[in-house]
Design a binder for this molecule. Structure first.
Ligand code: AMP
Length: 283
């Protein structure tokens, strides 16, 4: 496995691989890797000749300085895990390498960037779009892999690729969970043992929403879900939304429902967690 820190060096290598007709799969990450990340890489390894994984804690997508500072970093362990999982190339640039000058790009993705994460984390998706566009330009992948854990981000990336006429194919991958249902996240290591024992309530609540679908008014389901989570020690719900999967606009009642998904964002102590579940209803 090769590890590059410079754009020039990785590009030289990728251009040589492409000249040989090899297909390139790409998995962008912020490191502190877990089995969720590795599931994306494993899929890339299966579907491409060469798999690249980037590790870059992107400062411009953090809207709280503290969150950026406390973001877990484990570069050596990450590289071991990637090597074992069959990764060919790691790209781990510095912030100076990615952003030699002030970032000026401003993207507009319309309503999908104004709800949920977009509403609660101002500037977040612009930061994501800027870094992903640069990483795609550098790595020139045929396919790029993103988790449904960040479902709204996946929608933003698809919109970015369409808007910019990029030829990369975006592959959405299922959420990988711990045995007790907690969605794997790099931030989970920041939970105290007590918080960690409470955290599975998020997935439990998503499943309760699934069970209630069509059984009671949708707003009632959301209200009860919020009240339950807010009653747990240290939990503070930021939002619970049930939206159309395409537009990401909230649905008002179960009868409006077509392809819908439930989303939860909350703080557990000072750790922000998100999760979501496709809601199957009325089939
Ligand atoms: P991050 O390092 O948090 O930026 O995540 C890098 C990629 O891994 C993103 O496409 C995430 O959606 C994906 N990812 C993170 N956690 C999970 C998970 N539990 N299951 C599947 N994919 C995930």
């Amino acid at each position: 496995m090769k590890i590059y820190h410079s754009i020039k060096d990785i590009q030289r290598d990728i251009l040589a691989q492409k000249a040989r007709g090899l297909s390139i799969g790409f998995v962008p990450t912020m490191g502190a890797l877990h089995r969720g990340h590795l599931s994306l890489l494993e899929r890339s390894v299966k579907e491409n000749d060469i798999s690249i994984c980037s590790i870059f804690v992107n400062p411009i997508q953090f809207n709280h300085k503290q969150d950026l500072e406390k973001y877990p970093r484990s570069p050596e362990e990450d590289c071991k895990k990637l090597d074992n999982a069959g990764c060919d190339i790691v790209f781990a640039p510095s912030a100076g390498e990615m952003y030699p000058e002030e970032v000026k790009e401003h993207y507009d993705f319309g309503q999908i960037e104004r709800v949920m994460e977009g509403e609660h984390r101002p500037g977040h998706f612009n930061g994501v779009a800027v870094v992903v566009k640069r990483l795609f330009d550098i790595c020139m992948p045929h396919k790029a892999y993103f988790g449904e854990k960040d479902f709204q981000q996946l929608a933003i990336i698809k919109a970015l690729v369409e808007q910019q006429n990029m030829s990369v194919e975006i592959m959405g991958c299922p959420i990988i969970r711990e045995g007790d249902g907690l969605a794997m996240s790099s931030r989970n290591v920041r939970l105290s043992p007590e918080e960690r024992s409470i955290a599975p309530a998020i997935f439990k609540t998503l499943n309760q929403i699934q069970q209630k679908a069509g059984q009671e008014p949708l707003q009632e389901t959301i209200r009860k879900a919020k009240a339950y989570l807010n009653s747990l020690p240290g939990m503070k719900v930021e939002y619970i939304q049930i939206t159309d999967e395409q537009s990401l606009m909230p649905v008002e009642s179960w009868d409006d429902a077509n392809q819908i998904r439930a989303f939860i964002a909350l703080f557990l102590g000072d750790v922000r967690l998100i999760d979501n579940l496709k809601i199957i209803y009325g089939l």
